[in-house]
Design a protein around this ligand. Structure first.
Ligand code: PLP
Length: 486
């Protein structure tokens, strides 16, 4: 039942006219807008405690004046074209006054993260899952269960680290599949929320934070927003240059390290065991927390991947992040922080400032899905699909190499994207590709600083679209690779 807030004036007039007058004023002031449906005569009559015929008379009066329309007796709508130029919006336009408040904005996000990739016929964005593979029907059953047997107590305000049964399921999963134990689990609305909270909790203005260069801009933005000064560490083929990290520590009093060790973002390299050991040692010696962003751990194709750094964390300094954006879809907004028990309450209490309750209904449905085994079934199925897509992309690119196109890449053991050396003009390729309906990113999108950079690599995601689309998109890209490669 629609409600409409009306101010009925108290003067000597028939009631239906006073009501008609009040509805007209609601239209004039923009409370209801052209083409918007109005409450039915019955519901407005109930709301105003008057007879339904009085409301019908008021509506008929407004129809006669051109303010209201009725469609085959299905109800009443505000007229599409109003009898006079009168809505609030139009009044403002007439006065030419579009910015009368002059807001005093103290802090705003200077970074742009528009993600326009969905608008392209061929979407090679690196981290996109194929959402059509998600078993929506199966999952509906678990949402229904969560509604049929709701966790009444937990749905109310209270505990804010996540729904207890979901935390149980996630802890078991992380222990069994990723060997993560002895950490406290906090559920967040996606890894980005965790990155924001961690930046606020661990960083003060002017602190130096070491990050991978090339790397993940949204994480940098959260850190910078907290006042961090970012110090880039260059990549080698086995992950970050650890000597450079040590040098930075000695020169700059580094307060935090942000890493994507399993499939480095964007280069896809895996941080070697030797480098991990050295990083643990340095972190322990200088008491530097490490944020380990394990955003696509699920997808590995040839053998078991290295366990996360958080699994063998001698000093407890690793803060582990995992996301459901790749396993389910980004719109689920769900992420996990696994962290030392002493740090956990600080994260939860800071999160309470932003949001003082987890989405228990959603987590209830997912924990039922996990308990049933559906979650891991979906993972196995999508991993098999993504493996085929990776093989398809690799085969097409190898055929390009056979045709004399000078590109180089290593086939990653996991993840969702390839990192391809096109020799030169990577940025130009990405730009020209757009005019052919192809979205891809070149290495400039991942540089910490924009000046004096190389322009050699493009990143091609293989998970998010079918093999057919991969082939078609790459065939369209081929002439650009030839053209820019000469
Ligand atoms: C490096 C990295 N971390 C995290 C994420 C996931 O972020 P979120 O969980 O906020 O969707 C992504 C997704 O693109 C990513 O590339």
């Amino acid at each position: 039942m629609k409600t409409l807030n009306l101010i009925i004036e108290d003067h000597q007039e028939k009631l239906y006219l006073k009501i008609a007058n009040a509805i007209r004023k609601a239209i004039e002031s923009g409370t209801v807008t052209p083409a918007e449906q109005l409450p039915s005569a019955r519901s407005l009559a109930e709301q105003l405690a008057v007879n339904r015929h009085t409301i019908m008379a008021a509506y008929n009066e407004l129809i006669a004046q051109g303010w209201v329309e009725t469609k085959q007796r299905q109800g009443y709508w505000v007229a599409q074209v109003l009898p006079i130029y009168c809505s609030l919006e139009n009044k403002v336009k007439q006065q030419g006054n579009t910015n009368k408040h002059n807001w005093r904005v103290i802090k705003s996000n200077q970074e742009e993260f528009s993600r326009p990739a969905n608008d392209y016929a061929f979407n090679f964005a690196g981290g996109n899952p194929d959402i059509e593979l998600f078993p929506f029907n199966e999952f509906r059953g678990f949402i229904n269960e969560a509604l049929n047997r709701p966790a009444i107590k937990e749905l109310n305000y209270g505990e804010n680290s996540g729904y207890s049964e979901f935390i149980n399921q996630v802890s078991t999963y992380l222990r069994r599949v990723r060997s993560i134990k002895d950490k406290e689990i906090i559920v967040v609305n996606g890894s980005q929320e965790a990155l924001y909270i961690l930046s606020q909790v661990l960083i003060k203005a002017g602190d130096k934070v070491a990050v991978e260069n090339l790397g993940y801009r949204p994480a940098w933005a959260a850190l910078r927003n907290a006042g961090a000064e970012l110090m880039g560490i260059n990549q080698t083929e086995q992950g970050i240059d650890v000597d450079e990290f040590e040098y930075l520590i000695q020169q700059h009093n580094i307060k935090l390290l942000y890493l994507t060790p399993l499939h480095q973002y964007p280069t896809t390299t895996t941080l070697s065991t030797e480098k991990r050991v050295k990083i643990y040692q340095l972190a322990q010696q200088y008491n530097i927390p490490i944020i380990e962003d394990d955003y696509d751990h699920e997808y590995h194709y040839n053998s078991q991947p290295l366990p996360p750094m958080a699994a063998n964390d001698p000093s407890g300094l690793v803060i582990y992040l995992s996301s459901f954006s790749k396993i389910m879809f980004p719109g689920i907004r769900l992420g996990i922080v696994a962290v030392d028990k002493e740090l956990a309450p600080h994260i939860v209490s800071y999160r309470t400032l932003m949001n003082h309750k987890a989405n228990v209904l959603q987590q209830d449905a997912i924990s039922r899905w996990m308990k049933d085994g559906g979650f891991e079934r979906h993972l196995r199925k999508s991993t098999r699909r993504y493996q085929k897509r990776r093989e398809c992309m690799v085969a097409v690119l190898n055929s390009f190499i056979n045709d004399g196109i000078k590109i180089k890449f290593t086939n990653p053991k996991g993840g969702m994207a390839l990192w391809i050396d096109v020799g030169q003009q990577a940025m130009e390729i990405a730009e020209l590709a757009k005019s052919k309906g192809i979205f891809l990113l070149a290495e400039n999108a991942f540089h910490l600083h924009q000046e004096n950079n190389e322009n050699r690599f493009i990143r091609l995601g293989f998970a998010g679209q079918s093999e057919e689309k991969i082939k078609q998109g790459l065939m369209l890209l081929k002439p650009l690779l030839i053209h820019c490669n000469r």
